[in-house]
Design a binder for this molecule. Sequence first.
Ligand SMILES: *[C@@H]1O[C@H](CO)[C@@H](O)[C@H](O)[C@H]1NC(C)=O
Ligand SMILES: *[C@@H]1O[C@H](CO)[C@@H](O)[C@H](O)[C@H]1NC(C)=O
Ligand SMILES: *[C@@H]1O[C@H](CO)[C@@H](O)[C@H](O)[C@H]1NC(C)=O
Ligand SMILES: *[C@@H]1O[C@H](CO)[C@@H](O)[C@H](O)[C@H]1NC(C)=O
Ligand SMILES: *[C@@H]1O[C@H](CO)[C@@H](O)[C@H](O)[C@H]1NC(C)=O
Ligand SMILES: *[C@@H]1O[C@H](CO)[C@@H](O)[C@H](O)[C@H]1NC(C)=O
Ligand SMILES: *[C@@H]1O[C@H](CO)[C@@H](O)[C@H](O)[C@H]1NC(C)=O
Ligand SMILES: [Cu+2]
Length: 533
Amino acid sequence: METYNLSTKPYCTFFLLGLFALFAFLSSFAAAETHYHDFVVSIFLHFLHGVRQLRNPWADGPTYVTQCPIKPGGTYTYRFTIINQEGTLWWHAHTDWLRATVYGALIIYPRLGSPYPFSMPKLENAILLGEWWDRNPMDVLRQSQFTGAAPNISDAYTINGQPGDLYRCSSRETVRFPIEAGKTVLLRIINSALNQELFFAIANHRLTVVSVDASYTKPFTTNVIMIAPGQTTDVLLTADQRPAHYYMAAHAYNTANAPFDNTTTTAILEYKSAPCSGNKGKSSRPIFPQLPGYNDTATATAFTAGVKSPCQVKVPTVIDQNLFFTVGLGLINCTQPNSPRCQGPNGTRFSASMNNVSFVLPRTTSIMQAYYQGVPGVFTTDFPPVPPIQFDYTGNVSRGLWQPAPGTKLYKLKYGSRVQIVMQDTSIVTTEDHPMHLHGYQFYVVGSGFGNFNPSRDTANFNLIDPPRRNTIGTPPGGWVAVRFVADNPGVWLMHCHLDVHLGLGLAMSFLVENGIGTSQSVIPPPADLPQC
Ligand SMILES: *[C@@H]1O[C@H](CO)[C@@H](O)[C@H](O)[C@H]1NC(C)=O
Ligand SMILES: *[C@@H]1O[C@H](CO)[C@@H](O)[C@H](O)[C@H]1NC(C)=O
Ligand SMILES: *[C@@H]1O[C@H](CO)[C@@H](O)[C@H](O)[C@H]1NC(C)=O
Ligand SMILES: *[C@@H]1O[C@H](CO)[C@@H](O)[C@H](O)[C@H]1NC(C)=O
Ligand SMILES: *[C@@H]1O[C@H](CO)[C@@H](O)[C@H](O)[C@H]1NC(C)=O
Ligand SMILES: *[C@@H]1O[C@H](CO)[C@@H](O)[C@H](O)[C@H]1NC(C)=O
Ligand SMILES: *[C@@H]1O[C@H](CO)[C@@H](O)[C@H](O)[C@H]1NC(C)=O
Ligand SMILES: [Cu+2]
């Protein structure tokens, strides 16, 4: 199943056969506490994004973090149990840029007989937003790894694998969602784009957000959503408009001072009773939604802040580990700035870091395997809990601070410790929204703001009543976000920016959560077919 090498296909062929074969295979799970759901993947590894994998990092997936890559022709069976989770998650490759085309929805339905906390929708649709290069994305990555410059931007965004009507492509392949007038549908929207936050809207229709990252929310109604790579947003839509055809569309929410793909992907919401529905070519164009401007941070921020848990939740109030992580880009000076390998700004190479450590993956084994087997020299546990140097993070940062240091540094957490992490964007190179994703956990997003985090002022304003529970949250551009969780899942868990362009540059770290007492608080033994390096 050669799903990623699509460069032999002509422009406009967005048909991802392997992807949708797997998609169909994986797209429905019933929530169950006692049954294992097994499935086999061949060739590439797939990471189950958002599944908690309690005591089971072996099924998490990121290459060289919890396992070695599955070699071409090899297999590895991911065995995992879904515990107390329901809603929309997804799966994707977690090696280089393979997830550009290897991804799909993972939908966990409520137990049989348990209702949704909203009236049963007539229909459900998964909407996977994707990002497309007219090249093999691996070549785009490799070129940037060679030159040190930013990788080429994408050529299109997609909805369920199709770019839609606003590209030089066949509009016959534009995705259509039929809907009956008066009925309500549940749309499970997933941002699987590699490198771009997106705005998404449907012409003339309001969307009621009911869940994010497989956690229910207080329902709220909006004209537009902002969704970052890694996030999922479930919305209810009622077909209460004049029977017609309406575009749904997505385009970039761009926060970096850098070039970006400014194209727009579309699909069509089609009322079954609409006139001319059998006469696609000749009928008048569907109505187009209003999308915010690419730089509309006010709208993005208001949307994200509107997401709340349905009622009061149990947020840790006493904190054992108070962590402060800077996140952002960096530049590496070259001894020969005119070298073809130094084509970043002014003869440098791009880098990225958390607390000035640019994360380096081991190559001889995975971190989890090294930890479990006691292999020395693969990683250290001295990831700094606070920035090694304090500076005005979002101000005019002195050029001498721009170059991070490489390292495979983990931060150790005792089982059961109550953790707060404030993630602070920096203005090194550019401020930017970094969608930060934590493996193996769901966290509460207790606060967020612009500028430098100020503990005495900002902590007092934290929402400890009904904060949303998520697995991915963005740092506002030039701002900070605070999350809390209890470290009750032992193992090695990656935390990283879900823009793969930044992940590859080192915008990541890992936690090492120690075993607690007894087997029920300890990592389970690895499966026999776990790939070796
Ligand atoms: C990236 O873009 C440049 C300039 O358009 C082009 O010359 C180069 O071939 C592109 N690289 C890849 C891998 O697509
Ligand atoms: C997108 O960017 C290109 C290149 O910078 C520019 O020519 C074009 O006008 C932009 N299109 C939109 C819709 O902003
Ligand atoms: C957003 O971009 C528009 C057009 O390029 C510009 O006029 C406006 O000032 C920008 N707004 C912000 C908040 O940067
Ligand atoms: C590159 O050099 C130019 C000219 O000296 C300067 O204006 C610019 O800020 C530099 N850019 C970076 C990223 O260092
Ligand atoms: C930023 O600081 C540098 C030196 O530290 C100074 O040369 C430059 O003018 C400052 N830029 C701004 C926008 O304040
Ligand atoms: C990298 O180069 C810049 C500009 O040439 C300089 O200001 C900075 O101190 C250098 N950084 C390091 C770590 O050498
Ligand atoms: C990061 O570490 C490098 C190398 O030790 C140092 O030159 C740089 O100033 C540090 N930057 C920050 C922001 O700590
Ligand atoms: Cu990032």
